[in-house]
Ligand binder design. Structure first.
Ligand code: ADP
Ligand code: MG
Length: 456
């Protein structure tokens, strides 16, 4: 049997040398056959590429040439092959023609190598989910593993990222494992096509038998899809019973999945359910920093207060936070090398996508002092006074800074409000806060919180 390319070439060259001797018109051979070659041998069919459609047609339709070639082929191979002549343009169709018996399920489901554990920021909001995910990748399906692992959260908090991270890690751990990531939507589509009979004979269940790690995203879409749920139930049971790892995600706890059969819910509850909650500001800031670096930018160029502003205003959904950051990066594309990305720039870039602005109460110097005093558990007198303990001085400087920012109070007037100080003292206090805000995340968070209370 012919296996290698060089054997194929040898075979055809032997055929051609016989044909050449037998064809009386040398020009026909030179022009139509001399440069022909075997494309492939498929079962008892030999597919040969010739240099034009005319050559293919002529050689096929002319009984004389046909006979010569087929005889030569028979002599060389000592067996009966069907000859098919095609042009090189036809090769593509020929190769890509879907093989009716070999449709691949979930051909478009791939694991995204961009989502890994390395670029997933861990905080209190997602620690358990990450730990459980790492656990199941260490020995997928291992008897002590939570199986299924069920990760649930509101949208945009990292479930899909984690599923892909599990998939990537599982493939690293065992390159031979078949790891399948699918969205429930895709599963439903594939199931519908399968029942409609659009597909080949391999059963969906058989296909899943070959899967070692199954990652199913957004299982809530299965609600009220009875037939699909039933199929999923069988597939799921088969996998779990044969020690294969299953990880599911959903926008809610299994018990809250309405419209899903009880037996499926109770199967989901047999494993471990972990929740991802809204991230806190430090985690969000860390996410921002990670994304800034992964965009090839220097985190140091971004003033801390700008990052805090983004983190606090886009704190419900990391996808939206990323959107705001991408906007900012786009917005600052023309900023010169070395220039800083300040809070004002951040605000200007985020303005159009901020949720409906709260109608703000009028902010006065008195309200600012009162709010800062509250925040630091001080009295208004202490803030206005000349006391110099560091905590009081910090609160006072923040209050001065906010009066400038929010009320545009002249420095001289500020000096009067804050216990009759010289206006240059006020200027240096305000500057000090401005400079600290470039790097001090804690201060930026405090100022942001104070501003929030002022606006509420
Ligand atoms: P979900 O599936 O829960 O709706 P995604 O996994 O699609 O959320 O996450 C939305 C975006 O936020 C993704 O780009 C993801 O990379 C990012 N993301 C979410 N959580 C984190 C995190 N902890 N660290 C880094 N990026 C995160
Ligand atoms: Mg998702």
């Amino acid at each position: 049997m012919v296996v290698t390319l060089s054997q194929q070439n040898q075979l055809w060259s032997n055929v051609l040398s016989i044909v050449k001797d037998r064809i009386s018109d040398r020009h026909v051979f030179d022009s139509f056959l001399a440069d022909s070659r075997i494309h492939k041998i498929d079962g008892n069919k030999i597919i040969v590429i010739v240099n034009s459609a005319l050559a293919a047609n002529l050689l096929k339709s002319n009984a004389h040439y046909n006979e010569i070639i087929n005889d030569a082929l028979k002599m060389v191979t000592e067996s009966q092959y069907d000859l098919e002549l095609i042009t090189s343009e036809e090769v593509k169709n020929f190769t890509d023609k879907p093989q009716p018996t070999k449709h691949q399920f979930f051909a478009n489901s791939v694991i995204n190598s961009k989502y890994t554990f390395d670029n997933f920021v861990v905080g209190d909001c997602n620690r358990e989910a990450v730990q459980a995910s790492i656990l199941v990748t260490a020995a997928p399906g291992g008897s002590f593993n939570p199986n299924p692992l069920f990760i649930y959260s509101k949208s945009g908090l990292g479930k899909t990222h984690l599923l892909h991270a599990i998939g990537n890690r599982a493939k690293e751990t065992n390159p031979y494992a078949k790891v399948l990531y699918i969205n429930t939507d895709t599963f439903i589509d594939e199931f519908i096509r399968y029942v409609r009979g659009d597909q080949e004979s391999e059963s969906l269940k058989d296909y899943f038998r070959t899967v070692d790690v199954l990652l199913v995203d957004d299982i809530q879409f299965l609600s009220d899809k009875n037939k699909t749920s039933e199929m999923f139930f069988h597939i799921f049971n088969t996998l779990i019973n044969s020690g294969k790892q299953v990880v599911l995600t959903s926008d809610r706890h299994p018990n809250d999945l309405k419209g899903l059969e009880e037996r499926l819910v109770s199967r989901f509850n047999m494993g471990l359910s972990v929740n991802i909650v809204n991230p806190d500001t430090p985690t969000l800031i860390q996410i921002l920093k990670t994304k800034i670096s992964s965009n090839g930018l220097a985190v140091e160029k971004f003033d801390a207060e700008g990052l805090v502003f983004l983190a606090e205003n886009f704190n419900k959904n990391i996808r939206e936070l990323e959107g705001a950051l991408n906007r900012l990066i786009f917005y600052t594309i023309n900023i010169k090398h070395g220039e800083r990305i300040t809070l004002d720039i951040v605000k200007a870039s985020a303005q159009p996508i901020m949720s409906v602005k709260k109608a703000s109460k009028t902010i006065t110097e008195e309200r600012i002092i009162e709010t800062v005093a509250d925040y630091y558990h001080l009295t208004e007198q202490q803030i206005k006074s000349k006391f110099r303990t560091s905590q009081i001085a910090l609160a006072r400087h923040i209050a001065m800074y906010l009066c400038r920012q929010l009320c545009f109070t002249p420095f001289i007037k500020l000096g009067q409000i804050f216990g009759g100080r010289d206006h240059s003292t006020v200027i240096s206090a305000v500057d000090k806060v401005r400079i600290m805000l470039k790097t001090d995340t804690q201060l930026a968070t405090a100022i942001n919180d104070i501003q929030k209370s002022l606006k509420s």
